[in-house]
Design a binder for this molecule. Sequence first.
Ligand code: PLP
Length: 404
Amino acid sequence: MSINEIRSQFPILDRSVNGRPLVYLDNTATSQTPRRVVEAIDDMYFAHKANVHRGVFALSQEATDLQEASREHVRKFLNARSTAEIIFTRGTTEALNLVASSFGGSTLRDGDEIILTVMEHHANIVPWQLLQSRINFKIKVVTINERGELDLDQYRSLFTDRTRLVSVTHVSNVLGTVNPIREIVDIAHSRGVRVVVDGAQAVPHLAVDVQALDADFYAFSSHKMYGPTGIGVLYGKEQLLENMPPYQGGGEMIGKVTFEKTTFAELPFKFEAGTPDFVGIAALAQALDFIADTSYELIASHEHELLQYTTARMLEIPGMRIYGTAPDKAAVISFLVDGCHHYDVGMLLDQLGVAVRTGHHCAEPLMNYLGIEGTVRASFAVYNTLAEADAFIAALNRVVAMLR
Ligand code: PLP
């Protein structure tokens, strides 16, 4: 499939902003959505809408079948063993809050320790801090080298006999670094420690096999990988999920309710209280099909070309500093240009039609570690072109000339 054929599936890419053709380079925050996903949403509303798992009537059965077919799609996508291991959430954030509250809350004890990394998104920091108000455990932090790669020797040295859990991002949303998850998991498992993986920035770019990674939990958001907003996935090993208490209470997640005692539903429904976003869940299947039809091979090779080309062109600009230079890196480029404030760069690029993100990217501890307030971040998806990379570089040169 050509990149133009891929682009033609995304109507928004044809629009202009501030009188210029849109160059959308904020894919790390959210990707754009192909027509087939939006059509699937329409189809759910126009033809199949009824509450799931409740009705004895045909329409409700159709909606339920579409939701559950999507769960099976996600199971295959992640190579999970069973659909019991696939829980639908509102996104990565809710998935990580679920793990912290339910798994962390039921297994951690006062005096225990968990390990995070300095490159975590706030979504993989704050839920653990919230849990610290209930349990007095310690958070230890893995640092990075000058390329933005995790220091695995330091990681190994953080383990003690009180270490109970590691929670780590697969791909950094700032540095682009692809972390060696299997190695991180093996090191933890050899000490009997469980591993949670934040996959929000991985699934848009690379194939994930949860059995090959041997991750105990794996979380991601649909809206960052061409799917609808408002839904995400938590994968968890069945035996762990089985032993965890429910995260929220309500309809759908119960077996039998009396005022004296309530029993809970089987997996995965035990963790899906209330009416789920069954419309978005059904449409997520189309995003997975879009990725399958496009292929991760093409996504990875095209994004790699965009990354290499754009990085080389950016480094021609005097005073350019790029944060994150690991050889194994997703197409995310965080940068600063000497003498230019990141907000000014972002705002002026927008005037020229280029959408990039500025600020701390929900990774304030990483910014503190790097000794900076924020960066400008350009991030690519499979529908971006080399011509757009050129337009971005031309706009950036103009902006830098204006600001200096
Ligand atoms: N983790 C990482 C690495 C992210 O980049 C993000 C979003 O930018 C999140 C978690 C949170 O995702 P969401 O806001 O979709 O829950």
